[in-house]
Design a protein around this ligand. Structure first.
Ligand code: FUC
Length: 336
């Protein structure tokens, strides 16, 4: 069953929320603005507990308000604001210096979507003309969030365009599994990757992979995050904002797991990379409804094809041929 409520209004337009609850009492709430994953509430002894960072509509409308939002057409950073399409440069609008970040200034996260709710899922659809987001080809896109009775959320992305384009979406949910207002320092994290991409201060990755073994970036076996982050406090980033390279892997094995006490999230994806971002510089400029904004207030895990695939096909293929339907799936399994 789903319930539909008016969440608020933004730019004189009503924002609608859809809440789906499964047979175990697990609840997911979505917004049509930004096709946003607003909340995931687990049933506990003392009632429901939301484990995602969420904010108000003003916060979601900020250009960097990526909380729980889908990122597309291309998640991550495209350096020098340009693609190569059939050997020719295709300039893109930039939104971080000369970089095009998370689909650029008019990416998925900034748009209004048409919602089609059903018993256990909501599909958000829309067309994104090339003239709107600056990427090649008019894209017909969908983002479907499904809550299963086996306590999984599946996010299915599709995209198709009459002209050749690029397609590499993900979701930017931030997690904090604490019932009280603590940071993610007490969470235990596993990331099934032995390498991360080297990146200069621009965070646009190079082709060079760095071994994480024995470094504060090493989560190949479950590690408590606090001590790892403390070891990075004197680096320019003061934490983790890195692209882990997972490579080929068994899709039935989680690419990452996050735990805190009785609560856990397992992340499944067929794709070869995962961005791990620990909100290292968050402060008073942000406002979350249930947690005070500060460094490490949440952690984002963003499975995707390695952003470097934009320039180097050795790291994956994100091209979408004319008329072909691009597909990507993220799966989250919750334990509580
Ligand atoms: C992640 C990071 C970025 C950025 C964004 C909000 O994807 O890689 O650096 O801060 O989220």
């Amino acid at each position: 069953m789903y319930t539909k409520t008016t969440f608020g209004s933004l730019a004189n337009r009503p924002v609608t929320a859809y809440t789906i609850e499964n047979i175990n009492g697990l609840r997911m709430t979505l917004l049509d603005y930004g096709a946003t994953w607003y909340a995931l509430e687990v049933p506990t002894h003392t009632g429901h507990q939301n484990i995602m960072l969420n904010t108000d509509l003003a916060g979601y409308a900020e250009p960097t308000g990526y909380f729980g939002k889908p990122l597309g057409r291309v998640a991550g950073r495209i350096g020098e604001g340009q693609l190569m399409m059939n050997g020719k440069p295709w300039p893109l609008p930039a939104n971080e210096g000369t970089t095009t970040l998370h689909g650029g200034p008019h990416g998925y996260s900034t748009l209004w979507w048409q919602a089609a709710p059903a018993n256990d899922q909501v599909t958000f659809t829309r067309t994104i003309p090339s003239s709107l987001d600056g990427f090649p080809g008019d894209l017909t896109a969908s983002v479907t969030y499904t809550l299963t009775d086996s306590d999984e959320v599946h996010i299915d992305f599709t995209g198709t365009s009459p002209e050749e384009t690029v397609f590499n979406p993900t979701n930017h949910a931030y997690w904090n599994l604490n019932a009280t207002d603590e940071t993610i320092g007490n969470h235990e994290l596993m990331v099934a990757a032995q390498q991360r991409f080297e990146a200069p201060l621009s965070k646009v990755p190079t082709d060079h992979l760095l071994d994480v073994t024995g470094t504060p970036f090493d989560f190949t076996t479950p590690r408590q995050m606090g001590p790892q982050l403390a070891a990075l406090r004197d680096t320019p980033e003061r934490g983790i904002d890195d692209i882990y390279y997972i490579g080929e892997h068994d899709a039935d094995q989680p690419v990452a797991t996050l735990r805190c006490g009785d609560l856990g999230v397992e992340f499944y994806s067929k794709r070869n990379a995962l961005i791990l971002f620990t909100a290292n510089k968050f402060g008073d400029e942000l406002h979350f409804l249930e947690k005070k904004s500060r460094p490490y207030v949440g952690v984002a895990l963003e499975p995707q094809t390695a952003p470097r695939a934009v320039v180097n096909p050795d790291f994956g293929d994100i091209r979408l041929a004319p008329g072909e339907t691009g597909q990507a799936q993220l799966r989250y399994h919750f334990t509580y």
